[in-house]
Design a protein around this ligand. Structure first.
Ligand code: SF4
Length: 348
């Protein structure tokens, strides 16, 4: 996967210089030209000469490295000035909520999708056997809820079997764009247990044009139809909005009031600068309280960016207890650095 080049407010070209030979002053100058949350890019043709100093500087100062790309010219780091400005962490035991990416393909191609899902993305399905094993191994590890996402999970012909296997072990929140509830997929929806499954449907705005601008023409209307149908089928439905530039949070809350969506069934979050997104909140691993996330490719730190190398914890999913331990050790290492306090970025 070739990551796109993230635009930065200031570009610093290190050339041959190291921290000891003037680079630190360039970074300080770049910080003076930027505001909190803005990005600085640093490029070097001798990355090995500065990498460890850069990492230490980032941890010490709290200016997070949010991306790192390498090509034949050298390495380019993207550094966010200051904190990410997220919620403070609440006390939730590690792994209490377990995320599963059951696929990566999608009927939509949203321009901010954090894992680059689209109709042409390879499926990378987790599959029924692995999901059954996850359902078996999770409860003893303290998992109390599953959050299932994709891609669009209802593209999978066995989505009802996957969800029923999980729902036998713990309550499931199933994230969907709500646009595919017809034919055999409606049949699959109807086979899910209402008391154990909540649907979380994406709706970005009361304004169809704003929603469709990022998610595709006609998406708003079909999502609304999906919401109505899921409710009429007796499901608890949560609505999740991804706020892009121009999104009006207050107006959206008023709209949710008219739809009689309970406060606990509303998720409003900002765009993360991951995947297809070209703007949004830039996040590093150290910024995020981990939410263990299993995909066909391995176990990740958090569902946002669950295909990005910097968030991969281990490519071995099983035994799940070992994967949980790997996340725990990684968290201990992050805390040992103590440069920053991780924060919460809610996906559900
Ligand atoms: S944001 Fe959701 S609906 Fe949009 S492309 Fe990504 S997975 Fe599909």
């Amino acid at each position: 996967m070739v990551p796109h080049r993230i635009a930065a407010r200031v570009e610093v070209e290190a050339g041959e210089r190291t921290f000891a030979a003037g680079l630190l002053l360039d970074l300080i100058s770049a910080l003076r030209q930027t505001a909190d949350g803005e990005l600085i890019a640093l490029s070097s043709c001798r990355p090995a000469a500065i990498e460890s100093d850069l990492d230490a500087w980032s941890r010490l100062t709290g200016h997070a490295i949010v991306a790192r790309t390498t090509d034949h010219d050298g390495t380019r780091w993207v550094i966010r000035r200051g904190a990410a400005g997220l919620e403070s962490p609440d006390e939730q035991p590690l792994g209490e909520r377990l995320w599963l990416y059951v696929n990566f393909d999608c009927n939509l191609r949203c321009d901010y999708c954090c894992v680059r899902s689209s109709p042409t993305a390879p499926r990378r399905a987790l599959g029924l056997d692995r999901v059954r094993r996850i359902a078996r191994e999770s409860p003893p590890l303290g998992v109390r809820a599953f959050f299932v996402t994709g891609g669009e999970p209802f593209l999978l012909p066995d989505i009802d079997e996957l969800i029923n296997a999980l729902a036998a072990a713990a309550p499931v929140t199933l994230l969907t764009n709500g646009m595919l509830f017809q034919g055999s997929r409606l049949g699959a929806l109807r086979r899910l247990p209402r008391d154990m499954v909540t649907l979380q449907i994406s709706l970005d705005s009361p304004d169809p044009s704003l929603h469709d601008a990022h998610r595709g023409r006609g998406a708003w209307q079909r999502a609304m139809e999906g919401i109505d149908l899921a409710r009429s089928e007796g499901f608890r439905v949560r609505l999740a909005a991804t706020m892009t530039d121009g999104g009006d949070e207050e107006r959206f809350r008023t709209f949710l009031d008219t739809l009689q969506v309970a406060p606990e069934d509303r998720v409003i979050r900002r765009v993360a600068l991951r995947g297809f997104a070209t703007s949004g909140v830039a996040l590093s691993r150290a910024d995020l309280v981990p939410e263990i996330t299993v995909t066909a490719d391995g176990v990740y730190w958090h569902p946002v960016g669950a295909e990005d190398e910097d968030l991969l914890v281990t490519s071995e999913i099983f035994p799940l207890s070992a994967a949980f331990e790997a996340v725990r050790l990684s968290l201990d290492r992050e805390r040992a650095h103590a440069g920053r306090v991780a924060a919460v970025f809610r996906c559900a």
